[in-house]
Design a protein around this ligand. Structure first.
Ligand SMILES: [Mn+2]
Length: 427
């Protein structure tokens, strides 16, 4: 069964690199069909890392919804309309099914071949050598489209009296059959989460797919599981540090490329060991990786920093969404976004546009408030653009700057520094 490894929505470098490296490790330790994916668009910084180390980037995937095409049963044959009825009935008999889908010369679905529908023809001793296309077919079957998400149609399908559902593509071309029992089966893939564990922060569709493993360095808000799962969590600066440690524990040595990819995750999440989230484990594992990679953490960080800043290369809506996380706390729904920007002058210039984008995000997501943290990793400061619930803004311990943003000297971490203050302000 296929296993996807995926970081959080609006993924950052740590999320994507840890997914890539963990897929490498899981493949080496015997997991056959595993693929690292990226929840949404691959950010430019991540693209730079993959290009720099000459490896194929992880695939961007919008969601992991189970779709009709995943449930299709390839062993159920299809009948061509020009086949003689007697041959078609033999094929039906051999298949062991109660009915089979029929397609015309252009491949389009035209109906189901079902003995019940042919009873009159048998009784009148009709000619069984006629083509199937001229025989009475069954037309009231529920036709499914391959891209339909299963959760939208499961209820109707289970209630339907038929056991066979023909599947067509957008043009009506017959692709195959879904059997009713497939709706009761487990999803055809499973998930490993890296760099997050809250379903709200995960790739859309995550709540329908079983999670078999989590590797993470955030607060734990994972739902109770039905079966034991592998869960690796520690208070370190980067999920890539945990993956590097897992390579070591398994006695596996990352390749030059994977070592470099892990370093990129570590330096970006710890802001080259400046963030207060940094631990000794981040530093010592990074030293080990530098030896395997042959490139220093500093040079990889310099490469990452050379990639265009979000404020100069993205629209305001894209910039605030590029690393935004949704939280539900004390009955409030809010988003905390973070962008790294060494040029805070640009932030002040674009403040009006960003404010408008934030107000749109608040309306679109029915949020109580939205805070955008703009972090300057070079000087080690952040500023906060806050919109929404005024009582929360006033309860935050940050001084208001001349143009209304909140000044956060020395604050670099959304998780460790901003989130606890926001939670405290809510209670
Ligand atoms: Mn991380």
């Amino acid at each position: 069964m296929k296993t996807y490894i995926c970081g959080h929505r609006n993924p950052d470098t740590d999320s994507i690199m840890s997914a890539y490296a963990l897929a490498d490790l899981r493949r080496r330790t015997g997991m056959a069909d595993v693929e690292a994916i990226c929840a949404g668009r691959l950010p430019d910084k991540s693209k730079w890392v993959f290009d720099h180390f000459g490896v194929k980037p992880v695939r961007a995937k919008r969601d992991v919804y189970v779709r009709v095409r995943h449930l299709m049963d390839a062993s159920v044959p299809m009948i061509d309309a020009d086949m003689s009825l007697v041959d078609a009935l033999r094929k039906l008999e051999a298949s062991g099914e109660s009915s089979l889908p029929v397609r015309d010369a252009s491949g389009k679905f035209i109906g189901m071949l079902s003995p019940a529908k042919l009873l009159n023809l048998f009784l009148s001793r009709g000619d069984l050598t006629i083509p199937v296309g001229r025989a009475p077919l069954h037309h009231c079957a529920q036709v499914l489209c391959e891209s339909d998400p299963v959760h939208d149609i499961r209820l109707a399908a289970v209630k339907n009296s038929h056991n066979h559902f023909p599947v067509v593509d957008e043009d009506g071309k017959l692709l195959g059959t879904v059997l009713k029992r497939a709706f009761a089966e487990e999803p055809p893939f499973r998930m490993i989460l890296v760099d997050h564990n809250e379903t709200d922060q995960g790739i859309p569709g995550l709540d329908e797919v079983p999670v078999v493993e989590v590797v993470d360095h955030h607060r734990i808000a994972f739902a109770a599981t039905r079966e034991p799962i592998r869960y690796t969590a520690d208070v370190v600066g980067s999920t890539c540090t945990l993956v590097a440690r897992m390579f070591r524990a398994a006695g596996e040595r990352p390749t030059r490329e994977t070592a470099g990819i892990l370093i990129a995750g570590i330096v970006s999440d710890t802001l080259l060991f400046q963030s207060p989230t940094t631990t000794d484990a981040d530093r010592s594992l990074c030293t080990w990786l530098e030896k395997l990679c042959g490139e220093s953490a500093e040079s990889i960080m310099a490469g990452l920093s050379s990639v265009a800043s979000p404020l100069s290369s993205l629209t305001p809506d894209q910039a605030i969404a590029s690393d935004a996380k949704t939280y539900n706390e004390s009955g409030r729904k809010f988003m905390l976004a973070q962008i790294e920007e060494t040029n805070l002058a640009l932030f002040h210039q674009r403040q009006g546009d960003l404010t408008a984008a934030i107000d749109r995000a608040i309306a679109a997501n029915a949020l109580d408030f939205f805070a955008l943290m703009v972090t300057d990793p070079v000087r080690g400061n952040s500023e906060l653009l806050f919109r929404g619930l005024e009582s929360v803004r006033r309860a935050l311990p940050y001084r208001r700057g001349p143009d209304g943003t909140l000044m956060m000297p020395g604050v670099l971490s959304r998780k460790k520094q901003l989130l606890p203050e926001v939670i405290a302000a809510l209670t």
